[in-house]
Design a protein around this ligand. Structure first.
Ligand code: MLC
Ligand code: AMP
Length: 512
C-alpha cells in the first residue's frame, strides 16, 4: 500500500476540479484543477533537477498559493519539504543548509544572489526562486514543464517534512515528520473539528510552521474545502472576509487584535462556525471577552512541531477556557513526575507526555537527542508542565523548558544569550519572556557588564541584528549588577520575570 500523504488529498482534485481551493483578497482564484496541474509540473521540475525521494527541498519564500503547490509537488515526488521562516538571517540559513544538505534551495527572487553564494558555501547543487506574484525562476521552468503524474510509493514512516525548532542548547534541531504522522493528524483534526468540503478557512498564518501548514492547509486538502490566503494577520481584512468564511485558525494575538476592533460582533461573525486558537496560551479573559462579543467560544488546542496536534477542546460540549481539552482520537496524554517519571494523580502538575501516530520520527541526525526525549514505552516528553483535571481536561500550566513564545513564535533564550555574552563588555546575560499585551510574551534581556565597561541598549540590539531573526531579538534590554541566583547557582528567571513584569503593559505601541 502506498502511504504517500498526497493520496489523502488527490481524490479531491478528481472529485471537484472546478472548485476554488485557494483565493486571495485581491481576487485571484486557484481551482483544484489549477493547483493539480501546476504542482504536477513542479514535480517534473524537481525530477529534472535531480530531486529523488528522500532528498530535502529547502524553501524560504513569501506566502503564496504557489508555495503550497510546491509543497504538494514535494509530497508527490517523495521529497522532504523543509520550509524556513522568511525572517531568518543569512547566518541562520547557512546552518540549516549545512545541516539538512538539501538537493535544492528555493528562495525569494530578491535573495537569489545571496542564496547562490550560500548554496555554494554549503554544497547545495540547485537554487531556484519563487515569488509571491507567481514569479521567479521556478515558475519560469514550470511554464515549459510537462505534468509528472507519478506518485512515489512510500511507507508511513517515510519523511514528508523536516521543521527546524530551536533547542535549549541554542542549536536548532530538525524535527522529522513522516507521511503517516501528517496523515493521521489531519484526519483526527478534520474529524474532531467537523471540517467538510463546505468549509472555507481564513488563512492568515505563516506557512512555514506546523500551525499554518500542517494544521490549516492539510485539513483543507484532506476534506476538499477552500481557503483565502492573507499574506499576514490583518484584523480588519479578516473581519471583511468573515461573512463568506466558516473558520479561522490563529495564535492568541489574532484574537486580541480582533477584539481591539469595534467591528467584531455577532453580526460580522454570524457566518463563522469555528475559531481555533493554539501555539501559545490563550488567556481565559480573551476567551470570555470573545464569547461575550461574538457568541463564539474559541476552541483551544495544544500542539508542538514535534508532535503535531495532541489535544483539543471538544467541538460539542464545553470548551473550557484556560484548558486545551482532551487527547485527539488515536493519541494519548499523561502527566508524569519530573523526578521519577511516575504517572501523576489527577489534578497534580507534572511533565506533559504524549504518544500516538502524530508523534514525529526524531531529530534529524541527532539520535542521542531523540532518545533522551522519549520514554522506553514510546511517550515523548514535551517539556511542557500540565495537569489533567477531574473532568479530563488538560491544563498547560507552565514550561519545564526554558522557552519564550512571542506571538506564537518560539525563542530559545540560550540562543540569544550566547550572542549577547560574546560582546566583549558583557559578563553574562539572561533572556526571559515578559508579559506582553499583544504578543503574549516579549523577549527581554537582562545583561551584566564587566566592571568599568559601558554599553547602550541600542548597541546590544545592533549586535544581534544580523545574527538572529527579528522576532527573536529582545524588545527591551536592561542592565543589572548581577543575575539573581539560587543556592545552586542557577539563574532565577522567575525573579527576573517579576522584576520586569509590567514593562510592556502600558507600552504605547504594540511592538515596542
Ligand atoms: C513580528 N514581529 C514580532 C513577531 N512577529 N516580534 C516578536 N514576536 C513575533 N511573533 C516583529 C517584526 O519583526 C517587526 O519588527 C514588527 O514585529 C512588525 O512585524 P509584522 O510582520 O507587521 O508583525 P505582525 O504582522 O503584527 O505579526 C505578529 C503575528 C505574527 C503575531 C501576527 O508573528 C504571526 O503570525 N505569528 C504566528 C506564528 C505562528 O504561526 N506560530 C505557529 C508555530 S507552530 P520591526 O522592529 O522590524 O518593525 C507551533 C505549534 C502549535 O507553535 O501548537 O501550533
Ligand atoms: P513549537 O515548538 O513552535 O511547535 O511550539 C510548541 C510549544 O508551544 C508547546 O510545547 C507549548 O509550550 C506551546 N503551545 C502550543 N499550543 C499551546 C496552547 N494551546 N497553550 C499553551 N501552550 C501551547
Amino acid at each position: 500500500m502506498n502511504h504517500n500523504l498526497y493520496l489523502q488529498f488527490s481524490g479531491n482534485f478528481e472529485r471537484s476540479p472546478d472548485k476554488v481551493l485557494i483565493d486571495t483578497p485581491s481576487g485571484e482564484q486557484y481551482r483544484y484543477r489549477d493547483v493539480l496541474s501546476t504542482s504536477r509540473r513542479m514535480a517534473q521540475v524537481l525530477r529534472e533537477s535531480g530531486v529523488k525521494p528522500g532528498d530535502r527541498v529547502v524553501v524560504q519564500v513569501d506566502k503564496s498559493p504557489q508555495a503550497i503547490m510546491l509543497y504538494l509537488a514535494c509530497l508527490q515526488r517523495g521529497a522532504v519539504y523543509l520550509p524556513l521562516n522568511t525572517a531568518y538571517t543569512e547566518a541562520e540559513v547557512e546552518y540549516f543548509l549545512t545541516d539538512a544538505e538539501p538537493r535544492i534551495y528555493v528562495c525569494r527572487p530578491n535573495d537569489v544572489v545571496t542564496a547562490q553564494h550560500l548554496a555554494k558555501r554549503c554544497g547545495v547543487p540547485v537554487v531556484e526562486s519563487l515569488g509571491a506574484e507567481a514569479d521567479g525562476s521556478l515558475m519560469e521552468r514550470v511554464a515549459s514543464a510537462g505534468e509528472d503524474t507519478d506518485i512515489t510509493e512510500l511507507d508511513a514512516n517515510d519523511l514528508a517534512s523536516i521543521l527546524y525548532t530551536s533547542g535549549t542548547t541554542g542549536r536548532s534541531k530538525g524535527a522529522m515528520l513522516s507521511h503517516g504522522n501528517l496523515a493521521a493528524n489531519s484526519q483526527a483534526l478534520a474529524q474532531t473539528w467537523r471540517f467538510t468540503a463546505d468549509d472555507h478557512l481564513l488563512h492568515a498564518l505563516p506557512i512555514f510552521h506546523t500551525h499554518g501548514l500542517f494544521v490549516a492547509c492539510n485539513i483543507v486538502l484532506t476534506v476538499g474545502a477552500s481557503m483565502t490566503f492573507l499574506p499576514k494577520l490583518d484584523a480588519e481584512q479578516l473581519l471583511d472576509l468573515m461573512p463568506r468564511a466558516t473558520a479561522l485558525m490563529g495564535v492568541p494575538t489574532f484574537y486580541t487584535r480582533l477584539l481591539a476592533s469595534p467591528r467584531l460582533n455577532k453580526e460580522t461573525t454570524a457566518n463563522m462556525r469555528l475559531f481555533v486558537s493554539g501555539s501559545a496560551p490563550l488567556l481565559a479573559e480573551t476567551h470570555k471577552e470573545f464569547r461575550e462579543r461574538t457568541g463564539h467560544a474559541i476552541l483551544e488546542r495544544y500542539g508542538m512541531t514535534e508532535t503535531n496536534m495532541n489535544t483539543s477542546n471538544p467541538y460539542d460540549g464545553e470548551r473550557r477556557p484556560g484548558t486545551v481539552g482532551f487527547a485527539l482520537p488515536g493519541s494519548e496524554v499523561r502527566i508524569t513526575d519530573r523526578e521519577n517519571g511516575d504517572t501523576m494523580p489527577t489534578g497534580e502538575t507534572g511533565l506533559v507526555e504524549v504518544r500516538g501516530p502524530n508523534v514525529f520520527q526524531g531529530y534529524w541526525r541527532m539520535p542521542e537527542k531523540t532518545a533522551s526525549e522519549f520514554r522506553d514505552d514510546g511517550f515523548f516528553i514535551t517539556g511542557d508542565l500540565g495537569l489533567i483535571d477531574d473532568d479530563g481536561y488538560l491544563h498547560i500550566v507552565g514550561r519545564d523548558k526554558d522557552l519564550v513564545i512571542s506571538g506564537g513564535y518560539n525563542v530559545y533564550p540560550k540562543e540569544i544569550e550566547q550572542w549577547i555574552d560574546e560582546l566583549p563588555q558583557v559578563v553574562e546575560s539572561a533572556v526571559i519572556g515578559v508579559t506582553h499585551p499583544d504578543l503574549g510574551e516579549g523577549v527581554t534581556a537582562a545583561v551584566v557588564l564587566k566592571a568599568g565597561e559601558s554599553l547602550e541598549e541600542s548597541q546590544v540590539l545592533a549586535a544581534l541584528q544580523d545574527k538572529v531573526a527579528r522576532y527573536k531579538q529582545p524588545k527591551r534590554v536592561f542592565f543589572i549588577d548581577s543575575l539573581p541566583r539560587n543556592v545552586m547557582g542557577k539563574v532565577q528567571k522567575n525573579a527576573l520575570r517579576e522584576r520586569y513584569a509590567d514593562i510592556y503593559i502600558n507600552a504605547e505601541t504594540t511592538n515596542s
